[in-house]
Ligand binder design. Sequence first.
Ligand SMILES: [Zn+2]
Length: 173
Amino acid sequence: MKLGFLIRGAGRIPSPCCGKDMLVIGTKDRKAVDHSGQMKVYNIRRLRCINCRAIHHELPDFLVPYKRYELGCIESVLTNPTNHTVPADDSTLSRWHSWLQEFVDYWVGCLISIMIRTNQGNIPPDLTSEVSGTALQRIGRLAGDASGWLARIVRPIVNINLWVHTRSAFIVQ
Ligand SMILES: [Zn+2]
């Protein structure tokens, strides 16, 4: 059985591409598996930037673009690799771990660039260096390691249109 939900964000969302208004041009269904293994269907809005006409999809806080499991599932597996209750098979779990290793440098780079653009806080030194700790430690120094750290990476990067799904997408740029 699938459960369906309507996702409707409140207020104005600036377009990730241009920071302009977006028009709602339709909806689409987005599936995601939750902590109990239940598949849910979320009806999210398709939005179009009034400036460049790029299409975006509303992203609820509990989802990661392109991921089939809810953000909280992925975060708990990455935080507690040997002590979680997420009902995913081993190959899915190991894909999430490789995903973190593969993207951590890119995410750290994006977050630092956002901090520089918005003049926020002090950027911890040496974060881009491999010697400065594990992926989670490096992320923790930028986004904190309290619950919700994955959302604190995903949201700001999605909001400025820098979220990428495949490694090649940012290597060739
Ligand atoms: Zn645009």
